[in-house]
Write a protein that binds this ligand. Structure first.
Ligand SMILES: [Zn+2]
Length: 358
């Protein structure tokens, strides 16, 4: 409810608002299929966007933003980097809104504490700037949700002629509205998933697996990244137990709501090398490659110790070089015991801020 209130509040304080928190340029109202508003790719295949300066923000708020953007930078080819000579870039203002796609020049993104600074909320607004609309505005949404028009007080719940990238509708997207957003009265849902109304929508804890896939597809990134959001599961290297391919580099981000994460390897066989610089697995205690390292580069044959992340995210990286493979690995994870989590502030790595002159 707080989020929807803020959406409304800030949405109506700025012109050309579309769907509650998206600003469109004058004359671009129908431009949802937008090629010219994508951010350009540099020769190294990366899409570099510089955020900032955010000088008016407190250190904790800056670290929340850094954490959210680092997750995008880790899992996709969209990289948030220090600004050098770029003329097109984003900066943060108060609010809870964004332009749709790159508009050229200095472009604001509205983010505000208490309602629009959850990791997923920051990523939501940044995703608009990357060219994404709301999930429930997709052309095929009527097969997945029912819009309760009679309970909607504001916002725009229309459908658009969207480019769906050949990827499925995603209830767990950070781009999906919550069930009660823009509701006229408490307890009245504005969006009901069909046929199963109990499917959760509107999460803002972080990118979903399909959010990552969609960024990588829209920007034609060659990335092997997965997000695992179930409370337990398993994953393995490509082709396991047959040999993994050369030159692979894959990431698995595990996120379990309000829980620690336990990881166990059931099978482990990677090409051995003296410092594991050839093929290796590396595990981070957090959601990005800037998070503290839980297990540094490891190779050869197991067994590996069980690993525990202190927060609700763990990142597993697997890389192979151009020669010699092995059968790879298989790992399973589950939620840890019900122990209190370290506070978010404690687990956030300040690395980024030392490198961005904000
Ligand atoms: Zn939005």
């Amino acid at each position: 409810p707080l989020i929807s209130l803020l959406h409304v509040l800030f949405a109506f304080s700025v012109p050309f608002v579309y769907e509650g928190d998206i600003l469109l340029r004058r004359g671009r109202r129908s431009a949802i299929n937008c090629e010219s508003c994508l951010w350009p790719k540099s020769q190294d295949g990366l899409v570099k966007i510089s955020p900032g300066p955010f000088l008016f923000l407190a250190m904790t708020e800056r670290s929340w933003i850094a954490d959210a953007l680092q997750e995008i930078s880790t899992l996709t080819c969209v990289q948030f980097v220090n600004r050098t000579t770029e003329t097109d870039y984003v900066y943060v203002e108060h609010g809870c809104w964004s332009y749709f796609g790159k508009i050229g020049g200095r472009q604001a993104v509205g983010l505000v504490k208490n309602g629009c600074m959850d990791k997923g909320a920051i990523q939501h607004e940044m995703n608009h700037a990357l060219g994404f609309i709301h999930e429930q505005a997709r052309s095929d949404r009527d097969k997945f949700v029912k819009i309760m028009w009679e309970h909607i007080v504001a916002g725009n719940f229309g459908k658009v002629n969207s480019k769906n990238l050949g990827l499925p509708y995603d209830y767990s997207s950070v781009m999906h509205y919550g069930a009660y957003d823009f509701s006229s009265s408490p307890g009245k849902q504005t969006i009901v998933p069909v046929p199963d109304p109990s499917i959760p929508i509107g999460q803002r804890e972080g990118l979903s697996n399909l959010d990552v896939a969609k960024i990588n597809k829209l920007y034609k990134c060659n990335r092997c990244s997965s997000v695992l959001l179930k409370s337990k599961g398993s994953f393995s290297s490509v082709n396991h137990p047959s040999p993994y391919p050369n030159n692979s580099n894959c990431l698995w981000l595990i996120r379990i709501r309000q829980s620690k994460i336990f990881l166990q390897f059931e099978d482990f066989d990677l090409q051995p090398s003296s410092d594991c610089s050839s093929d290796y697995i590396k595990i981070y205690n957090g959601n990005s490659k800037n998070s503290p390292v839980l297990l540094d580069k490891y190779c050869g044959k197991g067994p590996l110790p069980s690993l525990v992340a202190s927060g609700s995210t763990m990142l597993v990286e697997f890389a192979s070089d151009e020669s010699i493979t092995a059968t790879g690995f298989r790992a399973s994870y589950n939620r840890g015991m019900n122990t209190p989590l370290q506070s978010l502030e404690n687990s956030i790595n300040m690395f980024v801020w030392k490198n961005w002159n904000l």
